[in-house]
Ligand binder design. Structure first.
Ligand SMILES: [Zn+2]
Length: 506
């Protein structure tokens, strides 16, 4: 009896020893030389800043596929690493719009925020919904049936007598903070079944009018969207608030002819994976965007940090898992390495994957670890403590995810985990002004988050070369890049190998 027990004890000791050994070999395989070598190629002028679409981005996609073949990591879809993403360029639509006999002029009086679908309204199907708010404590949609209809909403949220917002009694409101307002009012219209939303908002109207008119005149880039826009909620028209009195009319009558004006094309996401040994139908997904902003005014925007570092980081992590697999240690869960296109054009590649063609079911996708810029340091933190990484969103949907990441850091890496941007309202200085950071909504993990998939966004902050042609490979701090990559590897390793999958508790 004793000897048998001793044998089992020894066996399990040897087994766990070799597991630790394999993990350490895998982790050690993440090294500066490989990160550097790959990043110099990936962000070279030859790749032309990886604009969507471009010859340079095609080269980037081929580079990724070649690398996965070389390290022996299979495509997620049988026989094909590429996922074709259906995109389009958008131009000024052909539109006639009149309300109660008054016709409105495109650009001067309104714009269409998205370019589709072809519609024709000739009816009284237009309903005024006040501020367009739908909150558990107050709803403008109460008692209204807006299914299939066009709804009209005013900007902002009313305030109470002491100047605070009406719903939460505070100084900040998710219903009158342009970016969040747009998202929430669209969602409210969508959830209530409205087909089209007319929003009167000066900031949004002016901003997008400027962007769209500039694009039309050939200043800046052409507008871009997914060919099928239906998951984006109602078709949105933006008007300035000078028409407020006109729209608060009870008996609105609408004539609307809308014809989109666009030019389709495709670009590729790249998806590779390692199959789990015990729970192959549970997936950990690692994401980084393969694109950048291309060539502008003859200058290549190399995008070494953005997002060369996330891209090459994922390749090194994939190789580490592949090495462990070759040493006989497969992960318990499956791990997906997803490189998405057109992030810089509005998170389009990741949206396509999540909303239109998730290659594996979203309800089997446990966690998203998104990497977007991990190779530099943030001048806002000062130069003294550079041994850090920003961790964004880790505890927003799952406390366990937060703990896993924290423990991986303590056990293997020892970076300062800086959680300041976990609060989307924490201020950040960008493009000459101070704004709320909103990072949680600004990279590819967002599309997973909106499906309640716990996510971490790994990030080292913006810097003077952010979205400039000077974001180049020699400015990357490779030792930090390596440490941050290792942190993400060990976090993924734990998530893939723990006995119980992490739970959603928020
Ligand atoms: Zn980026």
């Amino acid at each position: 009896m004793k000897t048998v027990l001793l044998k089992i004890f020894l066996l399990s000791f040897v087994f766990s020893f070799s597991q630790e050994k394999i993990l350490s070999i895998a982790s050690e395989s993440i090294n500066i030389e490989e990160l550097k070598e790959m990043l110099y190629v990936y962000s070279s002028d030859e790749f032309g800043g990886r604009g969507t679409p471009s010859k340079g981005q095609d080269l980037a996609v081929e580079f990724l596929i070649d690398r996965y073949k070389k390290i022996g990591v299979n495509p997620l879809q049988k026989g094909n690493y590429r996922q074709e993403v259906k995109l389009q360029f958008d131009f000024k639509p052909i539109v006639n719009l009149s309300v109660n006999g008054k016709s409105f002029k495109y650009y001067n009086d309104f714009i269409s925020h998205n370019n589709g679908p072809k519609v024709k309204y000739n009816s009284e199907d237009i309903i005024f919904v006040g501020y367009g708010i739908d909150d558990p404590s107050y709803s403008d949609y109460k008692k209204l049936n807006v299914k299939g209809k066009v709804v009209v909403a005013f900007e902002g949220e009313p305030r109470n007598s002491n100047g605070n917002f009406f719903i939460n009694g505070e100084k900040k409101s998710v219903w009158s903070n342009n970016r969040e307002e747009l998202r929430n009012k669209k969602a409210a219209a969508k959830n209530n079944g409205a087909k089209t939303l007319i929003l009167l908002n000066d900031y949004l109207y002016n901003r997008y009018r400027y962007d769209f008119e500039s694009a039309e005149k050939g200043i800046g880039e052409k507008r871009m969207s997914l060919q099928d826009d239906s998951q984006n909620g109602p078709h949105l028209f933006l008007f300035p608030t000078r028409f407020k009195n006109f729209f608060s009319n009870e008996n609105l009558k609408l004539d609307l002819d809308f014809e989109p004006n666009s030019e389709p094309f495709t670009a590729d996401n790249v998806a590779a994976y390692i199959k789990g040994a015990e729970f192959p139908n549970e997936y950990i997904i690692l994401t980084a965007h393969l694109d950048h902003v291309g060539i502008q005014n003859g200058e290549v925007y190399n995008g070494a940090d953005d997002d060369g570092t996330g891209t090459i980081g994922i390749l090194e992590i994939a190789e580490a898992f592949a090495i462990a697999e070759k040493e006989g240690l497969k992960p318990k869960r499956s791990i997906i390495f997803l490189h998405v296109t057109a992030e810089e054009r509005g998170l389009l590649g990741s949206q396509y994957y999540v909303d239109y063609d998730p290659i594996v079911p979203l309800n089997q996708t446990m966690v998203c670890l998104n990497i977007d810029m991990i190779g530099r340091t943030d001048p806002n933190r000062g130069i003294r403590n550079t041994n850090y990484i920003y961790i964004i969103g880790s505890d927003i949907l799952s406390d366990e995810l937060h703990e896993v990441n924290k423990k991986a850091n303590e056990d293997y890496v020892n970076l300062e985990l800086d959680y300041r941007y976990n609060d989307p309202t924490y201020p950040v200085f960008e493009s000459g002004r101070t704004i709320e950071n909103q990072y949680y909504y600004r990279s590819d993990h967002y599309h997973f988050v909106k499906n309640n998939i716990p996510s971490i966004f790994f990030f080292s902050g913006t810097h003077v070369d952010y979205h400039e042609p000077t974001d180049t490979a020699e400015k990357i701090l490779y030792n930090l890049f390596k440490k941050r990559t290792k942190l993400i590897f060990h976090t993924a390793w734990d998530l893939a190998n723990r006995d119980e999958k992490i739970t959603l508790n928020k």
